[in-house]
Design a protein around this ligand. Structure first.
Ligand SMILES: *Cc1c(COP(=O)(O)O)cnc(C)c1O
Length: 367
């Protein structure tokens, strides 16, 4: 089976460096929020082109903590996309604010700024753009729209490590970027991990407090915080893997190009690759087909694993049944959810595996 991800194939040199990093942490006698986390925060801020980074327990917490640090909570509305990992919407709900769902652009499956404009109200405080599948969203348009209306732009960068829009890194367009280091992400650890990046010293300080029980100085808790700390082992592993991330991203781009050039089928559409290759880091490679379920069964029979990102848009999830949405509906998101299929995508895929996936898709019997 050609798998979506295959962590057992990590190269031996990387594994050896991770074992050394693990020993370094074990012998240091310090497990949570220590020197490895501080070093990773500096290195991640620098690598991702951001000024400041705060390590947290996971990507969802990075979004909740950042939104709360902006003062967003009960009575506020935050506009975002229904086509995302549910964690994006859950982070908004957990602040006490109400998510409002805008439709997607059918070519990218990313938030459509025109739909966002239709969703704004007097209570809107922020727009969360998700750089879905690893592709930078329309931040040029959204940052102008948010500046015009006095709204915060927030970037969910959980799938977009290293993506740039108009030469400027994702995570630097908005008030903050929320990052996940869940194992399957482009940069992943060996458990849960996340970070928030920002250029604001004030936001950084608030986030540092919120991640650690809302503690200002030890044993003083002026606000209701979370326990959302990054541990030393995850930070040490992330520091080793970060040295490979640029090369992995290039490999993902090569695989994506080969898929896009090779897949030719009247009932299978590849989401178009952006003209500016820096916009996309190909966390996932997604095709659409009106016969998606049959295509998935065919691929499985050919020994090719595939997954759906995401089969149920947020507005059809129980906690979102009554949330406000684009008055024109969320038709593009609903259609995409019914037709999307993610093909295997990871840097260790070999050329012959990529060719096998292309051949399997092209051999899908037409209706
Ligand atoms: C993975 C992901 C998250 C959540 O990250 P966790 O680390 O799993 O909490 C949020 N948003 C998007 C778009 C994601 O892909």
């Amino acid at each position: 089976m050609i798998q979506m991800n295959d962590f057992k194939r990590d190269d031996e040199a990387l594994l050896q460096s991770e074992l050394a990093a693990t020993e370094r942490v074990l012998r240091s006698g310090w497990w949570i929020l220590g020197p490895e986390v501080a070093a990773f925060e500096r290195e991640w801020a620098e690598w991702s082109g951001n000024d400041r980074a705060v390590g947290v327990a996971n990507g969802m917490d990075a979004l909740e903590i950042g939104l709360r640090a902006l003062g967003i909570g009960p009575g506020d509305e935050v506009v975002t996309t229904p086509m995302t990992a549910f964690a994006t919407v859950l982070a908004i709900l957990r602040t006490g604010a109400e998510p409002v769902l805008a439709d997607i652009d059918p070519d990218t499956a990313i938030l459509d700024p025109e739909s966002v404009a239709r969703c704004l109200s007097a209570r809107t405080r922020a727009v969360v753009v998700v750089h879905l599948y690893g592709q930078a969203g329309p931040v040029e348009v959204l940052s102008a729209l948010c500046a015009d209306r006095g709204l915060h732009l927030v970037e969910d960068c959980a799938q977009a490590h290293g993506a740039r829009a108009s030469g400027r890194p994702c995570g630097t367009w908005g008030a903050f970027g929320g990052w996940s280091f869940y194992p399957t992400k482009n940069l992943g650890c060996i458990g849960d991990g996340g970070a928030l990046t920002t250029s604001s010293a004030d936001l950084e300080e608030k986030a540092r407090r919120l991640r650690n029980y809302g503690q200002s100085v030890r044993y003083h808790h002026p606000e209701i915080g979370l326990n959302s700390r990054l541990d030393e082992l995850q930070a040490a592993i992330l520091r080793e893997r970060l040295t490979h991330l640029s090369a992995w991203t290039e490999r993902r781009r090569t695989v994506a190009r080969a898929y896009a050039d090779g897949i030719r089928h009247p009932e299978v559409q590849v989401l178009p690759l952006p003209a500016d290759r820096e916009r996309h880091v190909h966390h996932l490679f997604v095709v659409t087909s009106p016969r998606r379920d049959a295509l998935q069964a065919h691929l499985k029979a050919c020994g090719v694993e595939s997954l759906l990102h995401y089969p149920v848009p947020a507005h059809l999830q129980e906690p979102c049944r009554t949330v406000r949405r684009d008055p024109l509906g969320l038709g593009n998101a609903e259609r995409h959810a019914g037709e999307c299929l993610s093909l295997p995508m990871h840097p260790a895929l070999s050329g012959s595996e990529v060719a096998s996936v292309v051949a399997a898709v092209n051999a899908f019997p037409p209706s």
